[in-house]
Design a protein around this ligand. Structure first.
Ligand SMILES: [Zn+2]
Length: 483
């Protein structure tokens, strides 16, 4: 009897371990954590606290969301150097750059100077491989204005002046992105590449249809560069008409932000503009298609170099707030060139962010709709149900939000018969304002459980280890060990 129950227990344990092994358990981590805390120490913590099997190393960015220490003004977590890197953070590429892959782009000099010659992949890969951990290069569409040669790649605003963002239709940027994936794929024994672009087209941007959208200047929408205008003409879109439409849209938004109600109200007036200028939507879709073509080109390049290497995308949190942006994230379409999708489902900061989105579009497209009604409408059309508008910044969104978002993505991918892996992005200590909700071990555990209950193929703990508290990481680990 004793022997039999021992065998049964062992078998059950082995089956559970096998089920767990099939799931991707990932964490995003920047070079600074390995430099500050030591490679072996960081990997020990990952394995012991949350059974992490895959590292998503921030190999390139000029942003602070996924690289650098804790964002200044936010409390430092209980590990790592106990000081901010405000003065020393610069960003760029945290690995070696082989110039061979960057011959067809003006962007040549983008190595991060933060840690001298330090190459984060060279430093981490041997230890990760020894432990059986996978490594994915993770980079994003975020730049500084002082990168040499960058002006040639920048988008053009409505006024014709350069934007700080880069244009997907500009051959110099497209070639640079292809050079990046080739550089990673050919130079290192990695397991995959993930790239993310947290941007949207001119129509949604003008309306401020994102969290933080209220601070956007509707006249600074993009892209009106020569490449985009040429591509528009090829599609039968008249760039002059588009410019005229966006100028009128900008005036509409300016008035809305100043609480100057149009005679026929906000919603009707916006429809009048859209009917008069169908170029507004055509320009939005032109931008979205250009992003999709960029995904497809990067996917093709990686398969050309090394067919076994996976490549996929980080899908912006705005997917949970703005129905227009969600419409653009057509998973049946994206699945064609995505080995995996990290769909952002950040529950804790989601409350503050949803409230920010509602506040912004409550002055533009939905200027006549009171905030709570507007939120209720969004809960209906986005198919999740959370607390009241005045509560969500303080409470965050619940695990049920994660469940519904993951379930919806799962169903959409299954309906498309896609082989694309679904990896929800889980919020661990993503900064929120002082009075807003903060991550907790229990909340994190429930978010991870919800993602798996909905049929996710893995979870990606986000945004970066250098801002996570260990107790909250262990909360995720509890749910992972229950698998
Ligand atoms: Zn352009």
């Amino acid at each position: 009897m004793l022997r039999r129950s021992f065998l049964q227990t062992t078998l059950a344990g082995a089956l559970a371990a096998a089920a767990r092994d099939k799931k991707m358990i990932g964490i995003q981590v920047g070079a600074v954590s390995f430099v500050d805390e030591g490679v072996e120490k960081v990997l020990d913590v990952f394995q012991q606290s949350a059974s992490i099997s895959t590292l998503f190393i921030a190999t390139f960015t000029y942003g602070r969301g996924i690289a650098g220490r804790q964002v200044p003004g936010q409390p430092l977590p209980d590990h790592g150097k106990q000081e901010y890197d405000t003065a020393t953070f610069h960003g760029g590429n945290f690995t070696r750059v082989n110039p061979r892959y960057f011959q067809n782009t003006a962007l040549q000099n983008f190595r991060a100077p933060d840690f001298g010659d330090y190459d984060v992949l060279e430093a981490v890969l041997p230890s990760a491989r020894k432990r059986g951990m996978k490594t994915i290069c993770w980079f994003e569409d975020v730049f500084r204005e002082d990168v040499p040669g960058i002006r040639k790649l920048q988008e053009k605003e409505l006024s014709g002046r350069n934007a700080t963002t880069l244009c997907f239709n500009n051959p110099d940027y497209r070639n640079w992105l292809l050079g990046m994936v080739e550089n990673y794929a050919r130079s290192y024994e990695i397991d995959g590449i993930m790239w993310g672009s947290e941007r949207q087209g001119a129509f949604s941007n003008a309306l401020g249809a994102s969290h933080g959208g209220a601070s956007r200047d509707p006249e600074r929408v993009t892209c009106f560069c020569e490449f985009c205008e040429r591509k528009a003409r090829e599609r039968g879109i008249n760039p002059e008409r588009a410019r005229a439409g966006f100028k009128e849209l900008a005036a509409f938004v300016h008035d809305g932000r100043a609480h100057k109600r149009p005679v026929d109200g906000y919603y009707v007036t916006l429809w009048r503009l859209m009917l008069r200028y169908p170029e507004l939507l055509a320009w939005e879709m032109l931008w979205t298609d250009s992003l999709r073509e960029t995904y497809a080109a990067m996917h093709r390049k990686v398969k050309e170099v090394k067919p076994s290497l996976g490549i996929g995308w980080h899908i912006w949190h705005n997917n949970s707030f703005n129905p227009i942006y969600r419409a653009e994230q057509d998973l049946a379409e994206l699945a064609k060139y995505s080995d995996f999708l990290k769909m952002v489902m950040y529950h804790n900061c989601g409350g503050e962010r949803m409230a920010g989105y509602i506040k912004s579009v409550g002055q533009t497209i939905y200027g006549d709709v009171p905030g709570q009604e507007l939120l209720d409408f969004h809960y209906r059309v986005l198919d999740y149900q959370e607390k009241r508008l005045d509560e969500i910044p303080r409470t965050g969104l619940s695990a049920d939000y994660v469940y519904r978002e993951a379930k919806r993505a799962r169903t959409a991918l299954d309906a498309a018969h896609a082989k694309t892996q679904l990896w929800p992005g889980i919020d661990i200590d993503i900064p929120t304002s002082a009075e807003s909700s903060k991550s907790s071990p229990d909340g994190t555990r429930r978010a991870v459980e919800a993602a798996f209950r909905a049929g996710a193929d893995g979870v990606l703990l986000s945004r970066k280890y250098s801002e996570m508290k260990l107790a909250n990481l262990r909360g995720a680990g509890e749910a992972i060990r229950e698998l």
